[in-house]
Design a protein around this ligand. Structure first.
Ligand code: DC
Length: 644
């Protein structure tokens, strides 16, 4: 399973140019395809769901072209129903392609088969099929009753009068009917049965239909009349707004991580209902500013988001972002009227509850609501994403809680936002790490401790973990050849660091881990890849605000490859031996300069040659040769690097 590890973050600020709206992109493509004339579509969303629509249109005989590498497309409309009268269409998990195409094809007098990924075949479509059957469409279920895949056959369509469609499962059923009905040329009314959910999405549909020349008469949200004798006509050029649902992650990042974060591409003049996410954030205390084409979010005055209890039926997609924002609120939060989550890319209520619990929240899950109580402290976790782009994007926000988070299958964001994590990285600041490595007796431990002190950062002496494993092995009789035994010890090492002392199961072992025996043991256990792997998470756990100085072999290569400052601290063997000699003499111990030098040289050779985590200067590490420096100068060098 592929995954992406996000480091704990200090905050968020900056600007993001949003990708095009999925809802607008796929509606516009279909309308442009059915229209008379050519339509230039600017800033179309480049994503899986839109690809599915583009492929389907081409298979149906619609000509379109892309302008080089730009997201600008020209669609030559067919001026009515599709010219290709028999096709097999695969539509992935794109609801915005599946539902509207079903309706348009049912009225096109051809034979079509529509299918998708397994999840698409679990998403209901019966209400739409029922509505289309009312006017004579011949649609059969090729799998389970009420669900895709579908088999559409030519039929005598009897438009006019009133078609009824349920509106309480998905608003896309109504959208699909409305967009298809002008193909019949006869005035037809659509009556919504049940309370229409996600109303703003119908607003998008009506707005775009009007741009293509068909003005639907609306009576409340219950009755819609599609005029007769009208055809879609190209408006010439359509600019696709930025995606307002995608904006929600960045706005939430601004509200949680200080801000300001500005999204560009949606704003006051947007036709997308999800811009009202900004109002919801405002109710959580976030400070929002808005222009015609941008929205900006900052944290509340007091810093912390307020607990909320909101009906979110009008913004079902962006509401997921609020479920994760609830982790940062000052009390339990309730998200109400979100039953449609259950029939989306996954059962989003269940998925959200599972994953929020993993990071420590207490979650109550109902048929159509979630209640999220934030934890005292977020817990690092591997988040499953259920092939749902929004799960992946939402949970990136956890990292703003000074908490690392792993996102499994991060590429699921390709559905609507392939570059999401790059953009997220651009507006967020990771907790900084200073990684220091170097040969034995180079003084890196002393320098690391003083740098940490000067910066107020945490400090990780990773060597002590290997020493602790060795000591624990010696104490419990685990042999240094017993790799699985050592791995078990490393995975559950009862170690604690406090006030400059090191404890193993309550016992102060600060000196015990420095004996020759423990040192020799440490170098043996440190070459075992499985032991290193078992210590990885424990080491990463040291990374917390305001920052970390991590000292040891693979700090900059494996444990914190994204460390902003990497130092390779060294000195000639002669200089290191002389320092060690002085230390020993000062402590009143016997020392022999020649054997110290030979020891160090042997160790350097072994360290550089070992296959696992060999001693090496990373290409992106700064070389700090302290042969002619004292500690203060070395610390000054590192501090300069960090500050620049
Ligand atoms: O830095 P030190 O002498 O306390 O390290 C003890 C041993 O562990 C030494 O053999 C190097 C090894 N080590 C390692 O392999 N990787 C680290 N990150 C830190 C230490």
């Amino acid at each position: 399973m592929e995954f992406l590890d996000l480091p704990p973050l200090l905050g968020a600020s900056g600007r993001v140019r949003l990708p095009g709206s999925k809802s607008i992109s796929n509606r516009t493509l279909l309308l442009a395809a059915l229209a008379e004339g050519e339509t230039d579509i600017r800033d179309l969303l480049a994503s899986d769901d839109v690809e599915r629509m583009l492929e389907a249109l081409r298979a149906l005989g619609v000509e379109w072209s892309r302008d080089g590498e730009r997201d600008d497309y020209r669609v030559r409309g067919v001026g009515g129903s599709f010219p290709v009268k028999a096709a097999d269409l695969f539509l992935g998990n794109a609801g915005t392609a599946f539902r509207p195409l079903t309706a348009a094809l049912a009225l096109s007098g051809g034979e079509y088969r529509l299918s998708g990924v397994p999840r698409m075949h679990e998403r209901p479509i019966g209400d739409l099929v029922d509505g289309l059957r009312e006017i004579g469409a011949d649609i059969r279920y090729a799998g389970n009753e009420g669900f895709p895949p579908l088999h559409i056959r030519p039929a005598a369509i009897r438009p006019g009068g009133v078609v009824r469609v349920r509106g309480d499962v998905s608003s896309q059923f109504l959208t699909a009917l409305l967009m298809a009905l002008p193909l019949t040329g006869v005035e037809t009314a659509v009556e919504v049965v049940g309370e229409l959910i996600s109303k703003p999405y119908i607003g998008i549909t009506l707005d775009l239909m009007a741009r293509f020349g068909v003005v639907v008469q609306r009576e409340g949200w219950e009755r819609f009349t599609v005029p007769g004798g009208v055809r879609y006509r190209t408006p010439g050029v359509v600019f696709v707004e930025g995606d307002a649902s995608s904006a929600s992650y960045f706005l939430a990042a601004g509200a949680i991580g200080g801000g300001p974060v500005r999204v560009e591409g949606v704003g006051r003049s947007s036709i997308q209902g999800d811009v009202r996410f900004a109002e919801a954030l405002e109710q959580l205390g976030a400070r929002i500013d808005m222009g015609d084409n941008w929205i900006e979010a900052r944290a509340p005055e007091g810093g912390r988001l307020k607990a909320f209890d909101l009906d979110l039926n009008h913004i079902p997609d962006a509401a997921m972002t609020l479920a994760v924002a609830a982790l940062f609120a000052d009390g339990p939060c309730r998200l109400r009227n979100i039953a449609s989550w259950r029939v989306k890319e996954t059962d989003r209520i269940a998925a959200m509850a599972n994953e929020l619990r993993k990071v420590g929240a207490t979650v109550e899950e109902g048929a159509d609501y979630l209640c999220v109580t934030p934890p005292e402290r977020l817990v690092p976790a591997a988040i499953d994403t259920y092939d749902d782009h929004r799960m992946a994007m939402c949970f990136s926000l956890v990292s703003l809680g000074d908490c690392r988070v792993r996102i499994n299958d991060p590429k699921c964001v390709n559905k609507t936002f392939p570059t999401y994590f790059e953009r997220f990285g651009e507006v967020t600041r990771p907790v900084p790490v200073v990684a220091i490595d170097g040969p034995s007796a180079s003084g890196k431990g002393t320098v690391a401790a003083q740098v940490a002190e000067a910066l107020g950062y945490h400090c990780l002496d990773s060597g002590s973990l290997y020493r602790l494993v060795a000591l624990a092995a010696m104490r419990t009789g685990v042999s240094f050849d017993d790799e699985s035994g050592l791995v078990r010890l490393a995975a559950a090492l009862p170690a604690r660091f406090a006030e400059g002392r090191v404890f193993l199961g309550g016992e102060d072992v600060t000196d015990a881990i420095r004996t020759e025996e423990a040192s020799a043991g440490a170098s043996k256990v440190a070459v075992l890849a499985e032991v290193r792997a078992a210590l990885l998470d424990r080491q990463r756990e040291y990374r917390h605000a305001p920052g970390l100085v991590a000292e040891g072999r693979d700090m900059g290569s494996v444990v914190f490859p994204d460390a902003g400052t990497k130092i390779f601290l060294t000195a000639t063997a002669q200089a290191r031996a002389t320092r060690r000699y002085k230390q020993l003499i000062e402590k009143g111990m016997a020392a022999n300069m020649e054997s110290l030098l030979k020891d160090l040289q042997d160790r350097d050779a072994r360290d550089a040659a070992r296959p696992v985590a060999p001693l090496q200067k990373l290409p992106d590490a700064a070389l700090l040769d302290t042969t002619e420096m004292d500690v203060e100068q070395a610390v000054g060098f590192v501090l300069d690097r960090v500050r620049s």
